[in-house]
Design a protein around this ligand. Structure first.
Ligand SMILES: *Cc1c(COP(=O)(O)O)cnc(C)c1O
Length: 353
C-alpha cells in the first residue's frame, strides 16, 4: 500500500481469484471454466478481417449482439445490457441500485465478489445465513428493504432454487431490485428470464464464461425491465462506453447462435457431473445436489485444505475456501471424463495412505 492510497480504500479486501497457472501441467478443476473449446463458429467469427478492425473502437451500443441476444431470449434489445463479464454487470447493478443508505442483502455462503464490491463502494451488507444444510429459505428475504442478490444456482454449493421461490422474493420486495445471478443456470437451473415482463424489480445476470466456453473473452448479459437496463447504461456510459471489445462482440454473437454446440456441451457436463458424484459418494464423500458445472464435496477422511494441497501435488487443481462453515469442503469443476477419472485416481492414492 503506498502512502498515496485513498483512505476510503484502506479497508477493502480484494477478491482472490482461483489460480490460473500459465503452464499447462495441471488438470484445472478450480475456476468453473468449460473443459471444451469455444464453438467452431466462434473461431470463424474472430477472423483476420475483424482483427484488422481493432484500430477502430467497438460499437458502444453493441447493437448486433443485442439483436441476436434479444431473439435468443425472447426479449427486446432495450431489455439487455452486455457487460465485460457478468462481474462488470453485477458491479454496475450495485453501483446503480445500492449506496451508503441502501444496503445489499446476500447469503453468507455465496459468490465472494458481492461482499468485495460492497467494500469498494461503501455499501452496507446484510448477510443472511443459509440453513445448516446450505439450502436457502426464501422467506428470509421477504420484505428486507434492501437490494438483494442471489446466485441461482448458488456458488460454491451448486444448489438451486425453483423459479417459484424467486418469484416469492420478487413479490415480497416490490420496492427493491432483486438481482438473480444465473452464472450456472444452463447446467440445470430454472431461469428467471421468463419473469422479466412481469416484475419490474427483476434483474437477471448471465455469463458466457461457464456454459459458452468464453471465460477469457469476458462477456455477460444483464436482462430486465428496460428502465433498469437504462440505469445500468447510465453507469456504463459514465465509466467505459466501449466496454466490450470487437472480438468479444463477434465471438459472443457466434456462440449464442450455435445452439446445437451449446446443448451438446452442457449435456456432456451434466452427464459427467452425474457419474462423478456417484463415484465420489462411493468413496464416502458427501456431495451436494449440484445444478451447476461443479460439485461441492467433503469427506471426514481428510481436511479440505489438506486434500486440496495433496491434489495439487498430484497435478489436480480444485478450489478450497478457507472460510467459516465450508473449510472442510472442496469445489470441483466438472471437466472432461478423462479429467474426472484422473481426479478420482488421485483421490484414491491420497485417501488410501
Ligand atoms: C463465474 C461467476 C461470475 C463471473 O462471471 P464472469 O462473467 O466471468 O465475470 C459471476 N457470478 C458467479 C456466481 C460466478 O460463478
Amino acid at each position: 500500500m503506498s502512502r498515496f492510497l485513498s483512505e476510503r480504500l484502506m479497508n477493502v479486501t480484494p477478491y482472490t481469484p482461483g489460480e490460473q497457472p500459465q503452464d499447462q501441467k495441471y488438470i484445472k478443476l478450480n475456476t468453473n471454466e468449460s473443459p471444451y473449446p469455444p464453438s467452431p463458429a466462434v473461431l470463424d467469427a474472430v477472423s483476420r478481417a475483424e482483427v484488422e478492425k481493432l484500430r477502430l473502437y467497438s460499437d458502444p451500443a453493441c447493437a448486433e449482439l443485442l439483436n441476436t441476444a434479444a431473439k435468443h431470449f425472447g426479449l427486446r434489445p432495450s431489455q439487455i445490457m452486455p457487460g465485460n463479464g457478468s462481474d462488470e454487470n453485477l458491479f454496475f447493478a450495485l453501483r446503480a441500485f445500492c449506496d451508503e443508505e441502501h444496503p445489499l442483502a446476500y447469503a453468507d455462503i455465496t459468490y465472494g465478489c458481492y461482499g468485495v464490491w460492497c467494500g469498494l463502494m461503501h455499501i452496507p451488507s446484510r448477510i443472511i445465513p443459509l440453513k445448516e444444510d446450505f439450502t436457502l429459505d426464501p422467506t428470509d428475504y421477504y420484505g428486507l428493504g434492501a437490494t438483494i442478490v442471489l446466485a441461482n444456482p448458488n456458488a460454491p454449493t451448486g444448489l438451486a432454487l425453483p423459479r417459484s421461490a424467486i418469484e416469492g422474493i420478487l413479490k415480497a420486495n416490490p420496492d427493491n431490485v432483486v438481482i438473480v445471478d444465473e452464472a450456472y443456470v444452463d447446467f440445470g437451473g430454472e431461469s428467471c428470464v421468463p419473469l422479466i415482463d412481469q416484475y419490474e424489480n427483476l434483474l437477471v445476470v448471465q455469463t458466457f464464461s461457464k456454459s459458452r466456453q468464453l471465460a477469457g473473452a469476458r462477456l455477460g448479459l444483464a436482462m430486465g425491465n428496460e428502465k433498469l437496463i437504462a440505469d445500468l447504461n447510465r453507469v456504463k456510459f459514465s465509466l467505459n462506453p466501449y466496454n466490450i471489445n470487437r472480438l468479444t462482440l463477434k465471438a459472443g454473437q457466434a456462440a449464442l447462435e450455435d445452439t446445437a454446440y451449446f446443448d451438446t456441451t452442457r449435456a456432456a457436463i451434466v452427464e459427467t457431473r452425474g457419474w462423478t458424484k456417484q463415484e465420489l459418494e462411493a468413496r464416502g464423500f458427501s456431495v451436494l445436489d449440484s445444478r451447476s458445472n461443479f460439485l461441492f464435496a467433503s469427506t471426514i477422511r481428510k481436511d479440505g485444505g489438506e486434500l486440496y494441497k495433496k491434489l495439487k501435488e498430484k497435478g489436480v487443481l480444485v478450489r478450497h475456501f478457507d472460510a467459516p462453515r465450508i473449510g472442510s469442503w472442496l469445489r470441483i469443476t466438472i471437466g472432461t471424463p478423462d479429467e474426472m477419472r484422473a481426479l478420482l485416481k488421485a483421490l484414491d492414492e491420497i485417501l488410501e495412505v
